[in-house]
Design a protein around this ligand. Structure first.
Ligand SMILES: [Zn+2]
Length: 236
């Protein structure tokens, strides 16, 4: 992507997997920053409980695919292409958009879907940002991870080696927490688009947020030996 930073963003393509609160926050942040093309996928329909926290929605959006709710909101914006896909991460319909993207952002609500996107990003050699929130019943914060090719940094799979790991359902997500994580993930994606991605991830590739103490750490984690997602055997 040659040219000035602004021009680079206008010609950039980002794919976002999962358009819940964090994913939609990422999309709005990327669009506001000037990213020219965003595609996204999510198989779920928009539900009543999401009306309060998703300020871009309205009652007539109930029951529509989440990605189409965003599409309606973003319709007609200048110099911007938005492609909504009603499908899960693993769908073949999503694959061409992963191949075209300069950066992939994963905001899925289950671990296997997240790991799938991480694995695909690694196979395709694309930077991948994972953004997730903690259940407010136990903590008030979240985690953002970054993987880029050639940076020798851990991937999301290095952090969660057990792909069958299950989490307590009925989680509570605070809108201010998910908005903070979405905005920060968008900022990191913009950084990756604007500079040499390897440099970004070599410095820091893991960002745990604790919003109770208003702290964010920026740490560098090496790959885990034998990781099934980013290890040498997994890339083939
Ligand atoms: Zn790994």
């Amino acid at each position: 992507m040659p040219g000035t930073f602004r021009s680079r963003l206008r010609h950039a393509r980002v794919h976002v997997g999962g358009t819940g609160r964090i994913g939609s926050g990422v999309i709005l942040g990327l669009h506001a920053a000037g990213v020219g093309e965003i595609s996204c996928n999510d198989p779920q329909l928009f539900e009543r409980e999401q009306l309060e926290s998703c300020v871009f929605s309205r009652p007539s959006d109930l029951g529509r695919p989440k990605v189409h709710v965003l599409e309606r909101f973003l319709d007609g914006r200048a110099d911007f292409a938005f492609t909504p896909i009603v499908a899960r991460n693993q769908s073949l319909k999503v694959r061409p958009y992963l191949e075209q993207a300069h950066v992939i952002v994963s905001c899925a609500n289950d671990l296997s879907a997240r790991l799938y996107l991480e694995r695909m990003a690694i196979r395709l050699g694309k930077p991948c940002v994972q953004a997730c929130a903690q259940d407010a019943r136990t903590a008030m914060g979240g985690l953002i991870s970054v993987w880029v090719p050639e940076a020798n940094c851990s991937c999301f799979g290095c952090l969660f080696p057990d792909s069958n790991q299950t989490f307590r359902r009925g989680e509570i997500l605070l809108p201010t927490v998910t908005a903070s994580i979405g905005a920060l993930a968008a900022q990191i994606a913009v950084e990756l688009l604007g500079s040499k991605p390897t440099h970004c991830a070599e410095t820091h590739n893991l960002f745990p947020l604790d919003l109770k103490t208003h702290r964010m750490e920026a740490i560098s984690v090496n790959p885990r030996a034998g990781c099934k997602i980013c290890g040498k055997a997994a890339k083939r």
